[in-house]
Ligand binder design. Structure first.
Ligand code: ATP
Length: 344
């Protein structure tokens, strides 16, 4: 039995990521851990439904013994004892993010002995988490470039706060991930903006897409509204997707009560414009999601904007579980290169 690590969950931005990354790495390395101060810097610290579902999903996949897995808990101990592939269904029970639960267990499933089908019910389009389209069209294609055989299907939209969404993930294990570099975008291949509406007036989408056209100078033909069939509850997201030869990026902004449709669209456009101006391939959110799979592949490199607190957290947790270091070098005013280095 490996020695138990103790992780301080208040590091970096002090949110749920230290917990999820620890769970993911514990499953793939077999290292048990105790995490204290879970989500210490959040208004309501401790485990919320999404985090608890990630713990329970990881415990099921890893046949783990767990102490402290309950809502509000600020300390848990987690000791995995194997890997159970196959069919699993997990339900967050609120609008907590389904994609974040999937990101927690996917690295382990890629190393399993058999294929897996995972269904997670919960939020599929949450502010502060990867929306389904980011997961499916930005994150997973990078894993596929690394050799992973994984596909995701959105079976039902689930917006915050109603939830009720469903995502299905099919994973076929692979011998090992290949190290890659994402240091250039390559040529532009396509771009589109989508305004997704669930149980809200169509005019919101029209105003949002008009704003995208005005802000980014796009053509109306590149902007599509999408009305969710049989919505579980109201919701709205504007997604600006930029496809390049070597990478796709997607910037999302969520409709909120009291925030004008134009302002929502401007938020997505501002993020897209910052990314385009920086001439980097990897945006800020993707940047904190790459170090983990890159470390499991034995290394890799990417170029992005300056490091966010979430990226710092990932680097800290990786260093604790693996002999892994993420070195950085500023390449221009806005561009940074991150090299993920794993000691043999
Ligand atoms: P809390 O911090 O309240 O515990 P949490 O556990 O839901 O919340 P974080 O720890 O903040 O979440 O992690 C959120 C993850 O979702 C990060 O990897 C972040 O990059 C990603 N993310 C957030 N917003 C987006 C977005 N618009 N597109 C893609 N990824 C996103």
């Amino acid at each position: 039995m490996k020695q138990m690590l103790t992780i301080d969950g208040s590091i970096g931005e002090g949110g749920g990521q230290a917990l999820r990354t620890s769970l993911a790495l514990s499953l793939v390395t077999g290292t048990p851990f105790r995490i204290e101060n879970i989500r210490a810097r959040r208004a309501r610290p401790g485990l919320m439904r999404q985090h608890l579902t990630a713990v329970n999903a990881a415990a099921t996949i890893g046949r783990a013994t767990v102490h402290g897995a309950e809502i509000g808990s600020r300390t848990i101990e987690f000791a995995p004892q194997g890997l159970v592939c196959g069919e699993h269904r997990f339900s967050v029970g609120t609008a907590g993010s389904a994609t974040l639960v999937l990101q927690t267990i996917l690295p382990a499933l890629l190393r399993g002995a058999a294929p897996s089908t995972i269904v997670v019910e919960g939020g599929t389009h949450n502010p502060l988490a990867p929306p389904f389209e980011f997961f499916a069209r930005v994150y997973l294609p990078i894993l596929r470039r690394m050799g992973a055989n994984v596909t995701a299907t959105l079976e039902r939209h689930g917006f915050y706060p109603s939830g009720g969404g469903r995502v299905r993930l099919e994973v076929v294990p692979c011998a090992g991930l290949r190290a890659i570099e994402v240091v250039e975008r390559g040529g532009a291949v396509g771009r589109r903006a989508t305004a997704v509406l669930a149980a809200l007036p169509f005019d919101i989408a029209r105003r949002e897409l008009d704003t995208v056209c005005a802000q980014l100078g796009w053509d109306a033909a590149e902007c599509q509204p999408l009305a969710v069939k049989e919505p579980g509850g109201p919701g709205n997201v504007v997604e600006v997707e930029l496809e390049f030869e070597h990478v796709t990026e997607l910037f999302a902004a969520f409709g909120e009560r009291g925030v004008r449709a134009e302002v929502v669209a401007q938020r997505a456009c501002a993020e897209a414009a910052e990314y385009l101006a920086a001439n980097v391939p990897v945006g800020r959110h993707l940047a904190d999601q790459l170090p983990l799979p890159f470390a499991l592949a034995g290394g890799g490199a990417f170029v992005s904007l300056s490091a966010s607190p979430h990226l710092e957290t990932q680097c800290d947790i990786l260093r604790r579980f693996m002999r892994c270091e993420v070195r950085r070098r500023q390449e221009s005013a806005a561009a940074w290169r991150f090299d993920v280095i794993v000691e043999a």
